[in-house]
Design a protein around this ligand. Structure first.
Ligand code: AHM
Ligand code: MG
Length: 290
């Protein structure tokens, strides 16, 4: 499957157009709403609004059979069955990744994964995935089974800025989530060695940190914690799409033991320890944790 598949192409174009609207609508939507999402995070107005926009736009594409999001309990059925129909896909999104950064006006993202299966599904069924980074400028990274491309988004236009994106050979940056005292001993041991080798970059939005890893090389991780062994980030909406992007760019993803893409999910909103980055660093992580 390539991005020349019309459904996939349409979905990618729709995310990029919608992202421009999402960005423009952030002003005035920084407050929290009196609701929690299905994994118990407090929602901000912009989370709900971005989810509604993406649901509306993506569910009306012919060939999108399911729309699933971090902000809604169940996938929305929108015609066609991704499990049995060859040109029908499920789209899973994190509409606003790192939305707690809205209060302090730091970067955020939108993540999407296009699965050729009903979700929850293994990451190996993804045919394309990517993210939008709302930084000083808006950029988008799209991975297919052929290549990874970075774009700049301006006024609804998508302009290529980097073709065939691959992780640089010499890693430079790292960022690990969670409080240090809450890290399991083996992870703390690993992090100590990384601290001596790389520069810390942690933004509070996975997309901000992952885009640095893709640009400079390195590792991003949100490990399982003593208080929460399953970690914080969600497999279907964050782990699989980002794992796919980083693997297609020549890096590796891991839950600490194995590629995120090979994990059999039990439920839509399940969390996972998440590590992505330069292959050698992920190999070392797995041997330290194993
Ligand atoms: P969100 O999608 O609900 O915003 O949560 C995910 C975010 C990630 O972007 C980021 O890496 C992590 O949560 C930050 O967590 P913490 O605030 O614990 O550092
Ligand atoms: Mg997120």
């Amino acid at each position: 499957m390539t991005v020349s598949d019309p459904v996939v192409e349409n979905a990618v174009a729709t995310v990029s157009r919608t992202a421009t609207e999402i960005r423009q609508g952030l002003v005035g939507r920084r407050g929290t709403v009196d609701e929690e999402n299905p994994t118990g995070d407090t929602q901000v107005e912009a989370d709900v609004w971005a989810d509604d926009l993406l649901a509306d736009r993506l569910s009306s594409i012919d060939g999108v059979g399911q729309y699933a999001s971090e902000e809604r309990p169940e996938p929305m059925d929108c015609g066609g069955d991704p499990a049995t129909e060859s040109d029908t896909y499920a789209i899973a999104v994190d509409p606003l990744d790192g939305s707690s950064n809205l209060r302090s006006n730091n970067s955020m993202g939108t993540i999407f994964g296009i699965y050729d299966a009903r979700v929850p599904a293994r990451g190996e069924t993804i045919v394309a995935a990517g993210y939008v980074l709302y930084g000083p400028i808006t950029t988008m990274v799209v991975a297919t089974d052929e290549t990874v491309t970075e774009y700049e988004l301006t006024g609804g236009e998508r302009t290529v800025v980097r073709r065939d994106v691959t992780l640089p050979d010499d890693p430079v940056v790292y960022g690990f989530g969670g409080r240090v005292p809450d890290w399991p001993d083996e992870f703390r041991e690993y992090a100590r060695t990384i601290e001596d080798e790389l520069k810390l970059r942690y933004s509070g939005a996975m997309i901000g940190d992952v885009n640095q890893v893709l640009t400079y090389g390195g590792i991003f991780g949100y490990p399982g914690l003593e208080s929460r062994p399953e970690g914080k980030l969600r497999l279907q909406f964050e782990g699989n799409p980002i794992g796919y992007v980083v693997e297609q760019a020549g890096g590796r993803s891991s839950n600490g033991e194995t590629s995120l893409l090979s994990v059999d999910p039990d439920e839509l909103h399940e969390r996972t320890p998440l590590h992505v980055g330069s292959a050698a660093l992920i190999d070392r992580l797995e041997s330290t944790l194993g």
